[in-house]
Structures are given as structure tokens and as C-alpha cells.
Design a protein. Structure first.
Length: 185
């Protein structure tokens, strides 16, 4: 059984009248402060504008706008050298495939995978087919340990599966005419 704290004793003024108005006024002030605080938290605490339902305008796309926002955020975050921020956009668990399949089972796996990417990327196009969104990137140098080198300026494609604004699958795909990596000719 839950015990509720007892109410404070009702104060009686010297003239024998109870101080009911003082108690009521304090309750009203507390209720008003709570209502104002709730209003401020619900209506304002963030100066960020609401996210639009459209993909960024500069990207040639017929893809799902929500997927494109996540992919663009990942690319911009990694390109800025923020490997941890890029890793945070991966679901746990998830998978990545850049020549070999990597099972991302925790945050450290996501961090290692993103750190292994030598290039930054600028999203230049995207197309969705079912749950898959294939993004086309222009490769760029990024701050950090990796060096893009001769890849700088080239294009690369990656197919993503996005769920709940997180990357569930990241799979590098070949461009038309490009031989898959690791293939012996």
C-alpha cells in the first residue's frame, strides 16, 4: 500500500479564520508555473527548424526523402571527419559490405567500419527501389587518418536500407563497366 504524505496543517490566523486563501493562492501559483514550464518545453526548447519532407534540393533524386536525409547526413558527417557521428547513424545490429561483409554488432564495430573508409563523400544522386536506396557519391578527401588519393573526384555507389532513421544495411555496389573488387581476371 502506498502512503501519501499528509497535507500540511491548515494555519489559523490570530483572528480565528483559517488561511485557506493563502493555501489556494500557493497552489494556483505552482499550477501556473507548471503550466508555463510545460508550454515552454513543448513549444520552444529547440531553435532547429522542423525537418522538411523533401530530400535536399541539390541532389538528383527520385528516392525516398527520409532515406536521402539520413544518407546525406551520414555522408556530410563522415566528410567533415566526424567518424563517431557517422557511426551513430548505424543501427545496432546492422551490416556493411565494402568488399567483405561486416556484421556491426555494437558501437565499436560501427566506429571501426566508418574509420576504415578512406574517402569522404558528397551525395550527388539517389534512387529507391522498394526498401533499397542506392546513392551516388563524388569521393572527396576528408579529415582524419584515411587518404582518398586517386579516388578523389571519382564516383561511387552504395545501396542502403534505412529503418527508423538509422542505416541497417550499407553495401558498396559497382558502377556500370566497373569490375567488382577482388575479382580475378
Amino acid at each position: 500500500m502506498v502512503k501519501c504524505p499528509s497535507a500540511p496543517p491548515l494555519r489559523i490566523r490570530a483572528d480565528g479564520v483559517s488561511d485557506t486563501w493563502g493555501v489556494v493562492s500557493r497552489v494556483l501559483v505552482i499550477a501556473l508555473a507548471f503550466a508555463v514550464g510545460t508550454f515552454l518545453v513543448a513549444c520552444g526548447g529547440d531553435d532547429e527548424p522542423a525537418e522538411p519532407d523533401e530530400a535536399p534540393a541539390e541532389i538528383a533524386s527520385d528516392a525516398d526523402p527520409a532515406d536521402v536525409r539520413v544518407i546525406d547526413e551520414w555522408a556530410k558527417t563522415l566528410a567533415s571527419g566526424d567518424v563517431e557521428g557517422a557511426a551513430e547513424l548505424f543501427a545496432i545490429p546492422s551490416v556493411a559490405e565494402n568488399g567483405i561483409l561486416i556484421e556491426i554488432e555494437d558501437e565499436n564495430d560501427a566506429l571501426r567500419f566508418n574509420a576504415s573508409l578512406p574517402c569522404g563523400a558528397e551525395l550527388i544522386g539517389a534512387e529507391s527501389q522498394g526498401e533499397f536506396t542506392t546513392a551516388t557519391f563524388r569521393l572527396i578527401e576528408r579529415p582524419g587518418a584515411g587518404r582518398c588519393g586517386d579516388g578523389t573526384g571519382e564516383t561511387a555507389e552504395t545501396t542502403f536500407v534505412i529503418e527508423d532513421s538509422k542505416i541497417v544495411e550499407w553495401r558498396r555496389v559497382g558502377l556500370p563497366g566497373e569490375e567488382p573488387s577482388g575479382q580475378v581476371t
